[in-house]
Design a protein around this ligand. Structure first.
Ligand code: MOS
Length: 712
């Protein structure tokens, strides 16, 4: 049927939930008015390694309003992790308060429940713990001899890197460092948990509803059907809310113990110690190329850390396997167990940090070859993924570089560092390629149709989340397009485990998965209504209902990756261009402008997509200019514990940003041709800025963040 709605996918309509957001009516987890709810405050350990030897709750118990104090001594016994270091599998469980052992500074050691938030917070300070303290292991550098190969190893090699390096005319052998970074979504992690008739109900700020329900069910050993997770609006996640963390379990445990709904909010300071972070990485790169720019070898070795009780690795080498046609390639990751909480996914885990190393090293080698860094990249471009020999479903990296160069005015760039100056400012141009996998996962959706007053109204339901990304809007547009009805006749209901299962928002798979899932449900409705009439006339959805003499109809649909998807490497591509001005004397620098070009399939909504890239670029700029979490060297606590000391970019830090999407529909990626953009933006911003700084100053900045003192 010919689509007549101007509001279908591809149109920059306003966010459908925008008016709810600005009026404060889009409820976050802690805003639900659950009757009889009480408040909890978690208590953090004040040592990084050792054991609790005594707990005195007497003072806290006496305080007004205090209902319950939970420590490992009286906590419900939960399903345990294995004693060995396990990796974070999808059926992850989250035990908490199960033993007197302390593994990192700030680990939860207790919970106070009181009638009011203030009472809980006050009493929490009065619970006294005594510890037997052991020397914590908190230095990646000092502990490097403990490095081991992760169980879920992502080591990879092809060809012979030694031979490849021997063949090279020019080589780069350098090491890049990136620090621990924390994700700080606007909405704090929070939950209101209650138990009724053996069932859990949780309003919880989570990115993936089904995953949260599974974790809760596994931890409390109840069927998943007895867990309801609700999160209609989520104020950001960046990976920190992918899994249900320990506070979720704490609140549910407390609710069962006292028989009342319990609200628990992780404070901003606790988000430094209890909701994971991006790990510190040391990335050793070796690259070799022939005089003509042909890459002969690429080695990417990452040293990082995990906790002493779980295994997580940020795969920095992912991009180095697939971005360039290089016959000899080796990628490895090693981990050192430290007394810090387990690191976990933060926006483009592996790609953001790995691309900083790769795309900086590419720039270093281009400089040695006296080649333009764009031409060097294009010379080694490929339409076949060298890591698995699968064709890319679509790959417009060269186009991103060429079009970006044009838009940015790359021809004005001087190859020689410091050749462009204005007053005290050294002006540099930098570029970086970008790539991020564009996954797509099985997604189900329900569509309910209602014929009212001569109009068809549709409601789409799925357990998808909108973490600020625009899920409501793109799902609305999809239903509007495939049912051919205006957007104001479409309602979308998300974030409830009662709705059909989706993969949730993470890994840049949300938009593609949700849109395709909603599409299949709508197409099923049309097909089924046609079948009932035994017709294949091109009838409107309204005529279909009327001819069937139905005033309402509902059905479901499931979209999943096709065989073609599995036979291809499916990635989004991009390029980022940065102009940076560095003050000669102070090392202060300004990111004057950036041009970002993305080739990421069909853009469902240019306005929300633009927002995703801007957000990614901002986080990428944050990696370069300021973000780093510092650890107190003796006790192992984070000393950067608020926005006063953990700096993130502000408007002034990012002057002009231009975002371009290349027109593309990748029908191999999925039926709607959509690829992910959530993580593409952040990938490689860092390298483009560092490369611009080199172009301005002749100084290679290999350690993030690049603070002014490093430039003088
Ligand atoms: Mo993302 S780090 O998969 O939320």
């Amino acid at each position: 049927m010919k689509n007549t709605t101007p509001s279908g996918t591809g149109n920059p309509i306003d966010r459908v939930e925008g008016h709810l957001k600005v009026r404060g009516m889009a409820k976050y987890a802690s805003e639900f008015p659950v009757s009889g709810k009480v408040y909890a405050q978690a208590i953090n350990s004040t040592i990084a390694k050792g054991e609790i030897t005594a707990i005195d709750t007497s003072e806290a118990e006496k305080q007004e309003g205090v209902i319950e104090i939970i420590t490992y001594k009286n906590a419900e016994k939960l399903k345990r992790y294995d004693e060995e270091l396990p990796s974070l599998l999808p059926d992850v469980i989250q035990p908490v308060l199960q033993s007197p052992k302390v593994h990192y500074y700030g680990e939860y050691v207790g919970l106070v429940v009181a009638e009011t938030f203030e009472q809980a917070q006050y009493a929490a300070r009065l619970v006294r713990f005594e510890y037997r303290t052991e020397e914590p292991r908190i230095h990646l550098d000092r502990q490097r001899s403990d490095a081991y190969k992760p169980e879920e190893s992502s080591d990879y090699s092809r060809g012979d890197v030694a031979a490849g390096m021997a063949e090279a005319d020019e080589k780069v052998e350098v090491t890049y460092h990136t620090p621990i970074e924390h994700h700080h979504p606007m909405e704090l992690h929070a939950i209101i948990a209650s138990w009724e008739n053996g069932e859990v109900k949780a309003y919880a700020s989570q990115q993936m509803i089904d995953n949260a329900a599974i974790t809760i069910a596994n931890t409390f050993q109840i069927p998943k059907e007895k867990v309801r997770v609700i999160a209609p609006y989520v104020g950001g996640g960046f990976g920190s809310k992918l899994h249900a963390k320990q506070h979720v379990i704490l609140a549910i445990m407390a609710a069962r113990k006292i028989g009342r709904p319990v609200q628990l909010t992780v404070t901003r300071q606790q988000m430094f110690t209890n909701t994971n972070f991006r790990q510190q990485n040391e990335q050793k790169m070796q690259l070799g190329a022939k005089k003509d720019g042909t890459l002969t070898a690429l080695v990417h070795e990452t040293l990082s850390h995990t906790s002493t009780y779980e295994e997580y690795q940020e795969s920095c080498g992912t991009v180095s396997k697939m971005l360039y046609k290089v016959p000899n390639n080796k990628v490895s990751h090693r981990l050192v167990p430290l007394n810090l909480q387990t690191p976990f996914a933060m926006r483009a885990p592996g790609e953001a940090t790995g691309s900083f190393a790769l795309e900086s090293a590419i720039d270093e080698l281009a400089w040695k070859l006296k080649m333009d860094p764009i031409e060097f990249r294009i010379k080694n471009d490929t339409q076949t993924d060298p890591s698995n020999n699968k064709p890319f479903s679509s790959r417009l990296l060269t186009e991103c570089l060429r079009i970006g160069a044009d838009k940015f005015g790359w021809e004005r760039r001087k190859m020689k560092p410091g050749a462009q100056q204005e007053g005290n400012w050294l002006i540099g141009y930098g570029v970086s390629g970008a790539s991020r996998a564009a996954p797509y996962r099985e997604t189900s959706s329900k569509v309910k149709l209602e014929l009212k007053g001569g109009k068809v109204y549709a409601t789409i339901q799925m357990d998808a989340t909108d973490i600020g990304t625009g899920s409501y809007t793109i799902i609305t547009q999809t239903a509007s397009e495939y049912l051919d009805i205006p957007v104001d006749q479409v309602s979308v209901e998300l974030g409830d485990s009662l709705f059909p299962v989706t993969p949730g928002s993470g890994g840049s798979w949300g938009a593609a998965s949700y849109a395709n899932g909603a599409r299949v449900a709508c197409m099923n409705a049309i097909r089924e209504l046609n079948q009932k009439l035994n017709t294949d006339e091109d009838l409107s959805i309204q005529a279909l209902l009327e001819k069937n003499e139905l005033s309402s109809y509902e059905t479901t649909g499931t979209a999943k990756p096709s065989e073609a998807f599995k036979k291809h490497s499916v990635y989004s591509f991009g390029a980022n261009f940065a102009e940076v001005w560095v003050d000669k004397d102070t090392g202060m620098y300004r990111i004057k402008r950036m041009v970002n070009v993305g080739a990421c399939g069909k853009i469902l909504n240019p306005k929300t997509a633009f927002g995703q890239i801007i957000g990614g670029l901002t986080m990428g700029a944050g990696m370069v200019i300021a973000e780093q979490s510092r650890i107190e060297p003796k006790y192992g606590n984070f000393i950067t514990r608020s926005f006063a000391d953990y700096h993130v970019p502000v408007n002034l830090d990012l002057a002009n940003i231009d975002v371009v999407f290349l027109p593309e529909e990748d029908k191999i990626a999925n039926e709607m041709g959509v690829k992910g953009i959530g993580e593409l933006g952040i990938t490689s911003v860092a390298a483009s800025i560092a490369n611009a700084i080199f172009n301005a100053t002749g100084k290679r900045m290999r350690d993030l963040p690049i603070t002014p003192e490093k430039l003088i």
